[in-house]
Design a protein. Structure first.
Length: 227
């Protein structure tokens, strides 16, 4: 008899313990969550390259905890659209003010684009010598010098400089996009060493200068695409 009573008490206590356990778990699951305040900040959808114009399809608003948001993080996409990336901005990066600038601001600071140890030198060009005004900032060109041979009196052309980086065309420092208004330019600014700067200035005063354009397509990229 006693064994039966003990068994019944054990079963009842087990049921009570089980009920209490499930009640505790249920209370844990239904307890109110801690409220975390979120704020929207502007982030990149994909990598944005230096000097690239930032358009709406390159950015998005993302929500982050207010406590973890950078104090200078931009919260309004309108403050970013149309600006220029001053450096490469990685995909998913929160955009900060010092990473972007306006075209007007950048046109005043061509010195920011010059590689250390080099110089910026402008030369006069026309529609023909600038490859029909199709040369863009960041293109690579060779410089051709056409002049009269003092010994023979014949007109000669030779490659004066090779693989020269273009900093600006006219006053435009960034590559044009489909919506960019066409403006014919009459000068191009090149990045040169000090010695090459002297060479091209002398050549422009003793003959005619013409630019020839390099391809931007990398042979290795072509091979990868074919594979």
């Amino acid at each position: 008899m006693r064994s039966k009573i003990t068994l019944i008490l054990a079963v009842v206590m087990g049921l009570v313990t089980t009920l209490l356990f499930y009640k505790y778990i249920n209370e844990m699951n239904t307890s109110p969550e801690v409220n975390v305040k979120l704020v929207e900040v502007v982030s990149t959808k994909q990598e944005i390259l230096e000097n690239q114009v930032i358009t709406n399809d390159l950015i998005e608003l993302v929500k982050v905890p207010e406590s973890g948001a950078h104090p200078q993080a931009i919260k309004d996409s309108e403050q970013v659209i149309g600006k220029i990336a001053l450096t490469n901005i990685t995909s998913g990066e929160i955009i900060l003010p010092h990473r972007i600038g306006s075209g007007a601001e950048e046109s005043l600071f061509v010195s920011r684009k010059i590689t250390e140890g080099f110089r910026a030198v402008s030369i006069g060009v026309n529609f023909v010598t600038s490859v029909s005004n199709l040369i863009e900032p960041e293109d690579i060109v060779d410089v051709i010098w056409t002049h009269e041979n003092k010994d023979t009196g014949e007109i000669e052309s030779e490659i004066l400089l090779e693989e020269i980086r273009v900093l600006t065309v006219g006053r435009r420092m960034i590559e044009s996009i489909p919506d960019t208004e066409y403006v014919e330019y009459t000068s191009s600014t090149l990045e040169l060493s000090a010695d090459d700067a002297v060479t091209i200035i002398n050549a422009s005063n003793t003959g005619a200068i013409q630019l020839i354009l390099h391809s931007r397509i990398d042979d290795e990229d072509v091979i990868k695409d074919e594979e």
